[in-house]
Design a protein around this ligand. Sequence first.
Ligand code: ADP
Length: 182
Amino acid sequence: MVTFGATKVTLLQGDITKQSVDAIVNAANSALAGGGGVDGAIHRAGGPSIMRECDRIRAERGGCATGSAVTTGAGELDAKHVIHGVGPIWGQASPEESDRLLAGVYATSLRLAHEHGCKSIAFPSISTGVYGFPIERAAPIALATVRQTLDDFLMDEVRFVLFSAGDLAVYESALSAFAGSS
Ligand code: ADP
């Protein structure tokens, strides 16, 4: 088992909509308009109440900036909250700026989870699907940002739910670089 300080860090291959955790993170778009991939899966499994809340946030604040995140309820999912994080589209900004924006999504998501009293959180691999961020570059950023942010916003468990065996292998290799160094 890998820990970052007092936090258990779990990697698994699976469907994030099936996880029982306090907060499930969505890879959303800045309009919070739903879509394919993990976003579509979360709205399908969670039911229409999540989109109603997204609609309200869009009406009030115009959506969510890239590199940030917003929180809604979790509808029928086995979670208390969905945190909609908006990752960068690879190629729209410089690689360094994209790294910073991706890190911002993970850090903001952990902060929001903490503010909502969550002790466990599940992340998908944000931006590495349709948004095209190379997963070999994204995985170490995700892990390093989480490890750093946990100093301020402690969780019992952070779970990374990877959809494919290949993605899981990339995260495993990135995590092994951190193992034992907590
Ligand atoms: P983005 O637009 O941020 O790239 P995507 O949803 O296209 O988001 O992809 C992000 C990652 O989520 C991809 O690795 C994709 O394979 C994965 N994914 C898709 N559906 C699920 C799901 N139900 N559970 C976990 N991961 C998923």
